[in-house]
Write a protein that binds this ligand. Structure first.
Ligand code: DUT
Ligand code: MG
Length: 156
């Protein structure tokens, strides 16, 4: 009999007042990379995002991102494809030492107004390992084949 140890890091969530009654962020399928984030906008006041405008949408939770991990706030492709809605700062970076409310910076690149109602799944968050590098200044970079080639240097 094989015993499976759950090696996943724990993500502690603290529900804020504006998060009352919201479903927790959740992975919507067994293999989902990201957990969907819901809009903690007021039930009585949906947020209208006009074309070309951006808005910081609250999630109603503090996320205690485990140490040595980050939260990556990413757009949902369905909203991007159907409505032109994306995360302006994608991927948004939630630091493991952040203890404020996680918010989603949405922008409307579509042609129609987009209504954000309470509980709508407006983005997703991937929890990914991340490290800090020790920064050291040196006088000369090591030689590589690529060298300073970038921005299309390898062709299309
Ligand atoms: O999509 C996002 C991006 C960031 N944040 C929060 C969590 C993150 O830890 C903090 C800082 O994000 P970032 O470092 O990207 O912003 P900054 O402009 O560098 O602000 P700061 O000087 O506070 O780091 O803002 C969000 O809630 N959602
Ligand atoms: Mg920062």
């Amino acid at each position: 009999m094989t015993i499976h140890h759950d090696t996943r890091p724990t993500l502690n969530l603290i529900r804020l007042a504006n998060g009352e009654g919201l479903d927790l962020p959740a992975y919507e399928s067994k293999g989902a990379a990201g957990m969907d984030l819901r809009a903690a906008v007021d039930e009585t006041a949906p947020l209208t995002l006009l074309p070309g405008k951006r808005a910081l949408v609250p999630t109603g939770f503090i996320f205690e991102i485990p140490e040595h991990f980050e939260g990556q706030v990413r757009p949902r492709s369905g909203l991007a494809f159907k409505n032109g809605i994306t995360c302006l700062n994608s991927p948004g970076t939630v630091d493991s030492d952040y203890r404020g409310e996680v918010k989603v910076l949405l922008v409307n690149l579509g042609e129609e107004a987009f209504i954000i109602s309470r509980g709508m799944r407006i983005a997703q968050m991937v929890i990914a390992p991340v490290t800090q590098a020790r920064v050291a200044e040196i006088t000369e970079a090591s030689e590589t084949m690529r060298g300073a080639g970038g921005f299309g240097s390898t062709g299309v």
